[in-house]
Design a binder for this molecule. Structure first.
Ligand code: NAD
Length: 458
């Protein structure tokens, strides 16, 4: 059974467009196409694959306003942030175009000297790429870029809230000369049966997923049957540590960025602010002042600094987390009350350990602040979570920055910096935040396997 499903504007609730609602059979047809195109794409010279990625990047940037408006309409973020996302998305295409021609192997002597160990790198084969709604374009190019660069074909399943920028991206790739069948988009409002069907297909060789830990865990279990290669970019619960010796102005700037980028709807959003006692009150007051001045409004209004949350469910979740913290004794220093589809930039002080927002990913513009007395306590508090994606720390003491940075149980650490994401950097987590890395030299590795040829000398 197939039909169409509506894509809604989170600011107005209006239907932007209806898109094809694929069922499992459509998904199999998409995989058929990916499988059929695999050998020719893998055999296409790396330089030619790179040229397609470069042309797609140029196409993306030449339509930047169209993409930005589409992202804002389907996801809600302010236009300036949507433009920044288009640039970020385009960066992955450039970076992996550059990486495509540098995939190489090794030539070694066996220890006994009697044969040679030759290694080469091969594309893993047809991939399933699943993306979330929060960065509807960049989370896609972060997967499509390395997959295509490595010589893999793909079935791409965007989030049901935000399929429109993905569909436009597919058109840009077609215009850039990507052969039919290499990239196949499946839009669906019923991801579970569609994805389950694909994961059960023995022709699929790889799953790359970005989304919640809960769904990631489910898909890992499904992927286990086929012993599928997997990359998992999952949830986070980022601590943001401010030591008493920090440059407080820089720490507040970093806090606003790490909290409000994408309206807090980001896996790398600072989730818990841990501040050393002597500067805690001052940090809280300065952060509250900045957050209080943030203007709410629809993303396509140039005056808006914070757009609507993605949907009603998310709005209710954020409000419930704040109410729970307040019931546990937290003080509201800024914000704290929803208006329509908007949740304001909110600061909470004296947030006790028992509050739910210490343990759960907030995914909204809420900054809970807790106080610590010394470095070991700060580290213990920061690491007290099953997540391990990113942490931020502010200090002027270099030795402390390195010491604490190394002991934080996360895949990434922002040191005196509230933003870590970059196409050239290996993005990813430890613990329940995921497996594998996206971006950097590491990103393409996820789509390659090592082939070893034993060459006898006799
Ligand atoms: P989600 O897990 O609900 O959905 C992610 C994707 O999985 C979507 O495409 C969705 O359609 C699909 N999906 C949902 N249920 C499924 C099921 N039962 N079977 C198969 N597919 C299913 O996550 P979301 O709400 O779209 O995104 C928010 C989450 O993504 C947050 O937890 C955030 O931290 C995480 N995220 C992580 C990163 C990262 O790089 N680590 C980046 C962005 C977002």
């Amino acid at each position: 059974m197939t039909g169409r499903f509506p894509v809604l504007d989170p600011a107005t609730g209006e239907v932007i467009e209806e898109v094809h609602d694929a069922g499992p059979e459509d998904a199999v047809a998409a995989l058929d196409a990916a499988v059929a195109a695999q050998a020719a794409w893998a055999g296409t010279p790396p330089r030619e694959r790179a040229e397609v990625l470069r042309a797609a990047r140029a196409g993306l940037l030449s339509r930047i306003e169209e993409f930005a408006l589409l992202i804002t309409r389907e996801m809600g973020k302010p236009l300036a942030e949507s433009r920044a996302e288009v640039h970020y998305a385009a960066d992955f295409l450039l970076w992996f175009a550059e990486e495509a021609v540098r995939v190489s192997g090794e030539y070694r002597a066996s220890p006994g000297g009697d044969f040679r160990i030759v290694t080469t790198r091969q594309p893993v084969g047809p991939c399933l790429l699943i993306s979330p709604w929060n960065f509807p374009l960049a989370m896609i190019t972060r997967k499509v870029g390395p997959a295509l660069a490595a010589g893999c074909t793909a079935v791409l399943k965007p989030a049901e809230d935000t399929p429109l920028s993905c569909l436009l991206l597919a058109r840009v790739f077609a215009d850039a000369g990507l052969p039919p069948g290499v990239l196949n988009v499946v839009t669906t409002s019923r991801p579970a049966p569609v994805v389950e069907r694909l994961l059960a297909d023995g022709r699929l060789r790889k799953l790359s997923f970005t989304g919640s830990t809960q769904v990631g865990r489910l898909l890992l279990a499904q992927a286990a049957d086929g012993v599928l290669r997997t990359s998992m970019e999952l949830g986070g619960n980022a601590p943001f540590l401010v030591f008493a010796d920090a440059d407080l102005e820089a720490a507040v700037d970093g806090a606003v960025l790490a909290k409000l980028r994408n309206g807090g709807q980001s896996c790398v959003a600072a989730n818990r602010f841990l501040v050393e006692a002597p500067v805690a009150d001052e940090f809280a007051a300065r952060l509250a002042e900045r957050m209080e001045s943030v203007r709410l409004g629809p993303g396509d209004d140039p005056g808006s600094q914070l757009g609507p949350l993605i949907n009603r469910r998310q709005l209710d979740r954020v409000a419930a987390l704040v109410d729970d913290a307040v019931a546990h004794g937290a003080r509201v220093l800024a914000g704290g009350k929803a208006t329509g589809p908007y949740y304001p930039a909110t600061v909470l002080a004296d947030v006790p350990e028992a509050a739910r927002l210490h343990r759960e990913e907030i995914f909204g513009p809420v900054a809970p602040i807790s106080v610590f007395e010394d470095e070991p306590t700060a580290l213990a508090m920061a690491n007290d979570t099953p997540y391990g994606l990113v942490a931020y720390l502010y200090t002027r003491d270099l030795a402390r920055a390195v010491r604490v940075g190394e002991r934080l149980e996360t895949g990434m650490v922002g040191i005196n910096r509230g933003l870590v994401s970059n196409a050239a950097a290996p993005f990813g987590g430890v613990k329940q935040s995921g497996l594998g890395r996206e971006g950097g030299f590491e990103g393409i590795e996820e789509y390659l396997s090592t082939k070893y040829l034993a060459v006898d000398l006799h």
